[in-house]
Design a protein around this ligand. Structure first.
Ligand code: SAM
Ligand code: SF4
Length: 328
C-alpha cells in the first residue's frame, strides 16, 4: 500500500530514477549540442550505494515500479549492479529502463539476468539516414539488433518511444504502423514537449497528439480501457496488428489527473513534476543507512507540495532545460 499520497489524493507507486545526465546521442529535441557538463554533477551522480538507499526508502513507502533513466542510463559501468541493487527490494516488482538502445545488443541479456523486467527504447525513425540526422549517431542497425536481442533473451514485449516532429518524421506514421504489424512492440508516440532550451524547435515541429489519435481511429485502431496502475499513456490496439500504440499527450486536458510518478534526478533531488521547480534535495540523507527514516519523511513531506498540474499550457516549462537533465 503506497504511503505516498498527495493533496489531490493521487497515489504514487512509480519512481523514475535518473542515474546520469551524460548521453552519447544528440537528439535534436533534447541535447542538440550533445551533453555538456555544467557543474551540476560536480559531486558526481548518485553512487551505487546512494541508489541502493534511495530505492529502499521508496520501496518502504510503497513504490512498486522503478524506471532507470537519464541521460543515457546504460552508459554507467555499474549499470548491472544498479539493476541488482534496486531489485534487492522485493516490493519493487517491476524495474524498467528507458534507453537509446546503444548498449542493448551487447548487454541486454545481462540486464535481464540481473533483474530488469521491461525496456523502453527510443527510435525516432525507421530510416537509417534520418535516424542519424535526428540522433547525431549512425546507430540505427545497432539499435535494431538490440531490439532483436531483447526478444531473443526472453523479453516478451518491448516498448519503443517515438517523438513525431512536423516536417521531419510525422509522414512516417504508416511505416511505423507496418513495423509493428507482426512484432509485439508497444509503440509510444510522445508528443514533443517544450523545454527551457527547446522553445524554437517546439514552435516549428510540435505535432498535436490529438492529430495522431484521429489518424489512428480512422484506420480502425481502438482505445483500450485504462488499468488502475497504468501511466498517462492512452493505449490503442487493432485486430490486424500484434503491436500496440501508446499515445502520450501531455498537452491534453486532465493529463496530470492520472499522474502516478515521482522523479529523482541523477544528483539526488526529488522532483514532483517533470516540469516543476528545483526539487527537494535528498542527498544529505543518502550517506548512510541510519538516515532511512529521515529520508522517508522528507520524501513523503515533499509530496505535500506537489501541484495539481504542470504549467506547459501557459508556456511554463519550469526550470527543466531539456529532458536529459531530469530523465524524461
Ligand atoms: N536516453 C534515453 C532515451 O533516449 O531513451 C533516456 C532518457 S530520454 C530524456 C527519455 C525519453 O524522453 C526519450 O524517449 C526521448 O525521446 C524523450 N524526450 C526527450 N526530450 C523530449 C521532448 N522535448 N519532448 C518529448 N519527449 C522527449
Ligand atoms: Fe540522449 Fe535520450 Fe536525450 Fe536522445 S533523448 S539526447 S538519447 S537523453
Amino acid at each position: 500500500m503506497s504511503q505516498l499520497t498527495d493533496a489531490f489524493a493521487r497515489k504514487f507507486y512509480y519512481l523514475r530514477l535518473s542515474i546520469t545526465d551524460v548521453c552519447n546521442f544528440r537528439c535534436t529535441y533534447c541535447l542538440p549540442d550533445g551533453y555538456r557538463p555544467d557543474g551540476a554533477g560536480q559531486r558526481g551522480f548518485l553512487s551505487l550505494e546512494e541508489i541502493r538507499r534511495v530505492s529502499r526508502a521508496f520501496a518502504e513507502l510503497g513504490t512498486e515500479k522503478v524506471r532507470l533513466t537519464g541521460g543515457e542510463p546504460t552508459l554507467r559501468r555499474d549499470f548491472v549492479d544498479i539493476i541488482a541493487a534496486v531489485r534487492e527490494n522485493p516490493a519493487i516488482r517491476a524495474l524498467a529502463v528507458t534507453t537509446n538502445g546503444y548498449r542493448m545488443a551487447r548487454d541486454v541479456a545481462r540486464w535481464r539476468e540481473a533483474g530488469l523486467t521491461s525496456l523502453n527504447v527510443s527510435v525516432d525513425s525507421l530510416d537509417a539516414r534520418q535516424f542519424h540526422a535526428i540522433t547525431g549517431q549512425d546507430k540505427f542497425r545497432l539499435v535494431m539488433d538490440g531490439i532483436d536481442a531483447a526478444f531473443a533473451c526472453g523479453f516478451s514485449r518491448v516498448k519503443v518511444n517515438t517523438v513525431l516532429m512536423r516536417g521531419v518524421n510525422d509522414s512516417s506514421l504508416n511505416s511505423f504502423l507496418a513495423w509493428i504489424r507482426r512484432r509485439p512492440i508497444q509503440l509510444r508516440f510522445i508528443e514533443l514537449m517544450e523545454t527551457g532550451e527547446g522553445g524554437e524547435l517546439f514552435r516549428q515541429r510540435h505535432v498535436a497528439g490529438t492529430e495522431i489519435r484521429q489518424r489512428l481511429l480512422q484506420q480502425g485502431w481502438l482505445r483500450q480501457p485504462r488499468g488502475l496502475s497504468d501511466g498517462p499513456a492512452q493505449v490503442f490496439s487493432h485486430p490486424d496488428y500484434q503491436g500496440e500504440i501508446g499515445l502520450i499527450m501531455p498537452y491534453e486536458k486532465d493529463f496530470c489527473l492520472s499522474c502516478n510518478r515521482l522523479r529523482v534526478s541523477a544528483v539526488g533531488n526529488l522532483h514532483l513534476c517533470l516540469f516543476g521547480e528545483q526539487g527537494v534535495p535528498l542527498r544529505d540523507l543518502l550517506t548512510d543507512d541510519r538516515q532511512l527514516d529521515a529520508l522517508k519523511s522528507r520524501i513523503a513531506g515533499g509530496l505535500a507540495q506537489k501541484k495539481q498540474t504542470h504549467g506547459l499550457h501557459e508556456g511554463n516549462s519550469g526550470m527543466t532545460p531539456n529532458l536529459a537533465f531530469i530523465g524524461g
